[in-house]
Design a protein around this ligand. Structure first.
Ligand code: GUN
Length: 297
């Protein structure tokens, strides 16, 4: 079996951002509508600050209105709820994202529930999960949406394909399974309690690994020629003892990449696969929300 084709998530994300920027320009020119994204960051988490900066920069680069609200780690639940309510009522804002995780002491569920579902560009409200599960138009979480865009790009029509999703999280596993079902795949959701996980995975034409365990999916779990989408982002020490002793780490996915490459037909690398698609999908969701809020979609 030839080596797998490596799916270039960065190139796909660049192309999607280009399409989003073109649509933003058209909405401005034809309707005087500038899609607006608000990102809310609470506290000083370093990784979150990097993600939030990237979201702000990329939305501006696409021609959108973009605001970032930074609240101190001492902000209360009430402060955050008031901020969300202000954004719900702001006509210049069509997309709201509250960066997770929130500091201890803040009830994330209550904050997410306060976001207007029609501005919930993260797709994390129960209303949008319900819309997705019942096949209604809603806003879908960015990472699952990115997975589907990549799969359609490489495979085209997904009808009738056997898809296995490993992981049942609210953020990825469940919504990606719903999207695959909506694309007429036959879908299995496997998880830590599934019996004979390797045998279940070997049935998959499409295998989505979203389990959060470094390199758990081995080469011999993969059906020859399958499309493998690796959503995992796991930090592990280097194998090189010198680097490991220096405390250096690297990022790996949920799939044993080198082994998988010998069997799969297509595979997303980590980093550089699904990850870059996430912010591009956030921009696309903001455009979708703006169009729906203005009766243009
Ligand atoms: N933190 C890490 N990933 C995400 C995400 O997709 N959405 C939000 N709101 N916070 C995150």
């Amino acid at each position: 079996m030839a080596r797998a084709i490596i799916i270039d998530g960065k190139a796909q994300a660049d192309a999607l951002r280009g399409r989003v920027a073109a649509e933003v320009a058209r909405l401005k020119a034809e309707h005087g509508l500038q899609p607006g994204l608000a990102v809310v960051l609470v506290g000083e988490d370093a990784a979150s600050a990097i993600y939030v900066r990237s979201k702000g920069e990329q939305s501006l680069a696409a021609g959108m209105h973009s605001v970032t609200h930074r609240l101190p780690a001492t902000a209360t639940q009430g402060d955050l709820l008031a901020q969300v309510e202000r954004l719900n009522g702001d006509p210049a804002i069509h997309g709201i994202l509250v960066q997770l995780p929130l500091p201890a002491g803040i009830d994330s569920g209550a904050i997410l529930a306060a976001i207007d579902p029609d501005k919930d560009v993260d797709g994390l409200t129960t209303v949008n999960a319900g819309r997705l599960a019942s096949g209604q138009a809603g806003l879908v979480s960015c990472t699952p949406l990115g997975c589907l865009i990549l799969l359609r790009e490489i495979l085209g029509d997904l009808t009738g394909k056997r898809a296995v999703v490993v992981g049942r999280s609210i953020l990825v596993g469940r919504p990606v399974a719903q999207l695959l079902l909506g694309a007429d795949c036959t879908v299995t959701i496997a998880h830590s309690k599934s019996r004979d996980l390797p045998a279940i995975c070997r049935e998959a034409d499409i295998l989505v690994a979203a389990v959060g365990v470094a390199q758990m999916v081995r080469g011999d779990w993969i059906k020859p020629g399958a499309a493998v989408i690796d959503v995992g982002i796991n930090r592990v020490p280097f194998r090189d003892p010198v680097k490991a002793a220096q405390g250096k780490t690297k990022v790996v996915g949920d799939v044993a990449f080198a082994e998988a490459c010998e069997v799969a037909g297509w595979i997303t690398p980590v980093p550089g696969g699904v990850g870059p698609m996430t912010v591009a999908c956030l921009l696309q969701n903001t455009v979708t929300a703006a169009k729906r809020l203005h009766g243009l979609a």
